[in-house]
Every structure is written in structure tokens, then in C-alpha cells.
Ligand binder design. Sequence first.
Ligand code: COA
Length: 257
Amino acid sequence: MSSLITTEKQNHTLVVRLNRPDRKNALTRKMYSALADALDNGHQDSEVRCFLFTGNAECFTAGNDLGEFSAGLRDEFRASPVGRFLFGLANATKPVVAAVNGPAVGIGTTMLLHCDLVLAGTNTRFQMPFANLGLCPEGGSSLLLPAWLGRVRAAELLMLGGAFDASEALRLGLINRVCEPDETETTALALCQQLAAQPPAAIRATKDLLNRSSLKALEATMLEEGELFGERLKSPEAAEAFKAFAEKRKPDFSGFS
Ligand code: COA
């Protein structure tokens, strides 16, 4: 497994850590594959009763690596590294907890929509700047956010793509608790231990029932989003956004119709 993603068993919890601090834990294809493998391996391991996804006290993830975005998706979405990871997460049968701090951008926010418990540090900045990058929503966010937050709140987060903090995320019902950044992970681990001590079949049944009514529609939406996202990655708008990021300037969309 790549050292950019590390896994470690702590009691019955598989701690999956994003570990690319020099790039704000931006996720590459290799990292998505390692995350998908970690989910597969954790499900096959009878000692693992819970997953914890985290980064460090300063950063969860700056989202997809913008350099790799320029290269496009390359595969059919479901079989792509990011598709494997997102479908693995949406279909997880063991509970998934996330402990996030600092930037939680793009998929760093949308992956949380598939977690069972989410804890965030006071320093967390959530953001889904897909439209800002000439892209479109992913990870089932175009289905889940309007259903959970209401249409206009979802539109604001997805169209304007602004950042919001942990107290706003708590108010919106996207996270369970706000923690001091250096306590997010330990607090989450304590919850993982609580989950691991619960009767596992009852937890699996509960998770299945929580997800069952929306899973089919969610999968269909993720595929549609993935297809459109692949097209948007090749768009001149996205090219301008990626170029602007590399040149550390604001993108200029004034010439597009
Ligand atoms: N892909 C590739 N590299 C990234 C990255 C990403 N998503 N996010 C950050 N980096 C790189 C930066 O280019 C920078 O590299 P450099 O040191 O060679 O200049 C390094 O990581 C540190 O990032 P920096 O922007 O200096 O950190 P910051 O604390 O000032 O800001 C963010 C953090 C996350 C707010 C900012 O990096 C950002 O907006 N990143 C892009 C997020 C994004 O749009 N993701 C895609 C979502 S769909």
C-alpha cells in the first residue's frame, strides 16, 4: 500500500489516514485505489468492525489532485480509482467514521456524505467548488444534499462553492460534533470503539436499513455525475480553472457562453 495512504488497526478499528501533507493531502488515482483497497481489505478482515478515515490535525484533504484532473478520468467511472472508492464507501457494510480538520475540499466533503459519523475540528473548512472549477457535483452530492438540506441550500453550496466551517456544518446536519483540532481523532476513535463494542450484525442491519431506500438512486446518480464530470474535465472552462490554479490567479470565465 502506498505510504500516501496508511492503514493501521487500532483494536477493532481500521484507521485509514491520508498522508500527503506537502500537497494538502490532495488525492491521486493511486491514493483512491489504496483507499478502495483499504475498504475491501477491512471488510474481509473479521477483526475489523469499524473504519476511521482521517488526515492530520491541520488537514483532511484539498480534494482531487488538480494536476491529475487535467489528464481526465481515463476509465469508465465505476471502474476508475475514484469510482471504486466512492462505490466502496457507499456500499460499506461496516460503520465508517470520519475525523476531519482543516481543508475538506471537493471529495473531502462529498465522501463524508457516505460516512456514519463525522467529527470536525474547529479549523475545518468544508467546500465543494465543483462549479467554480468548471466541473459538476460528484459523489452523490447532487442527490443527497437537496434531500438533506433542502434545494436552495444545496444550490448555494454547489453553485457558489463557498467554504463553510464546522459550526455551520453542524447546523446543517452534515456532521455530528465539533472538536478541538488536536482532539478530533481521539474523540472519533473513542466513538469507533463504542461502535466496535456494539453487536456487529445489529450494526450491519441498522446501516443497511439506513441506506437501503436511497442506495439504488444514489448509485444511479453517482454514475450520471461521473459521466458528466468526465465530460466537464475536458471542457474549456475547466481548462481555464486548472490553468489559473497552477498560475496562482483567479480564473476568468468572462469569455465563455
Ligand atoms: N491538487 C494539487 N495540489 C494541491 C491541491 C490540489 N487539490 N491543493 C493544494 N495543492 C498544493 C498547492 O498547489 C501547494 O503547492 P506549492 O507548495 O507547490 O505551491 C501546496 O499544495 C500547498 O497548498 P496551498 O494552496 O499553499 O495551501 P493553503 O493552506 O494556502 O490552501 C487550500 C489550502 C486547500 C485552501 C488550497 O490549496 C486550495 O484551494 N486547493 C485546491 C482545492 C481544490 O480546488 N480541489 C479540487 C476540488 S474538486
